[in-house]
Design a protein around this ligand. Sequence first.
Ligand code: ADP
Ligand code: MG
Length: 389
Amino acid sequence: MIRTENLTRIFRTEEVETIALNGVNIEVEDGEFIAIMGPSGCGKSTLLNILGLLDSPTEGKYWLNNEEVGHLKERERTAYRKGRIGFVFQNFNLIDELTVEENVDLQLKYLGVGKAERKERVLEILRKVKLSHRAKHYPHQLSGGQQQRIAIARAIVNEPEVLLLDEPLAALDLKMRKDMQLELKQMHERLGITFVYVTHDQEEALTLSNTIVVMSEGEIQQIGTPTDIYNEPANAFVADFIGESNILCGTMVHDCLVKVAGAEIPCVDKGFGCNQEVDVVIRPEDIEVSTDTAHAQFVGKITSSIFKGVHYEMLAETEKGNEFLIQNYKHFEVGQTIGMSVIPDNIHIMKKERITNTFDAKVNGDGTIEFLGCEYQMEIPAEMKDKIK
Ligand code: ADP
Ligand code: MG
């Protein structure tokens, strides 16, 4: 239904040039629920606006239902969009002077639907979003969640082929957000239309969508199902962004064996070569913790422990100074020595992608370090003091 090829959008002003999208290729099937996620400023809204024909790409192609629409001029875009694409924004964009039913009716009026049919369809859609009893109210008389449901009702009343949602729940409080997430998911199943959902909230993307597109700095980092993205992050950026992770430097000894945090541990990954440096991702909930240190892969000391409502979130430090974030239903005391193990399936190996800059530096007697022409205060570990020149 949606397909893009090398979609690029550059914003130019007199002083600066921003590459908001850089060679984006996506494909969305009919009826899919796709989430586009990534940190603020990575180009999510820019992509959504192009998909929604509110903007056009600087370069690249965009097919909507097999028709190339990326090159359309503004007037043609508006005409094409009409009735086919629904939009829901973070700020609900309701008209304060109009009642709930008038707000929803506006879209149909614009499309030239007859009066009797409009009335019926507005009532029907208000029933769907469970707000028929608020039809005569004005937006300011409703809660945030109700206003957002009206914005959604307005966007879907004309049964568009695709609904584009740009952080639609970001303005709501946590409880309301959870309720609305559930409602959106059910609505998607009921309506059968394609949802493209932009969010910076990883949990929202994981729970709602069938497919997730992870973006960073205008580029796609990974496309996959929520389980793929969570269990097999393509790189350190995705691993770090989706859920909390331990990302450790390791060395692939050979296929299915990796050396990390001083221990050689079995994994299921192959094809990374021998003695190659890799990133090792371990999810906090995948670390098994016990007081049995003799049979554990890693031994560490608990340095902090916080109760998170369901589980405890703890930090443990190994003798070699590696830190592990752990989530466990059981509580271990700060200062307690514990054993940690991870089964091979839960070790995720990634190609090393991070870049390290190395500079020549001079350490001064007063505990400052000098490099690139600046002086920085630093603490020098006691055992290194005599080694530093
Ligand atoms: P996101 O929605 O992921 O937070 P955006 O798509 O809004 O990100 O923005 C991506 C980048 O493009 C940002 O650096 C932003 O400042 C820039 N940008 C977005 N819209 C414009 C515009 N109209 N003019 C200039 N720069 C823009
Ligand atoms: Mg945005």
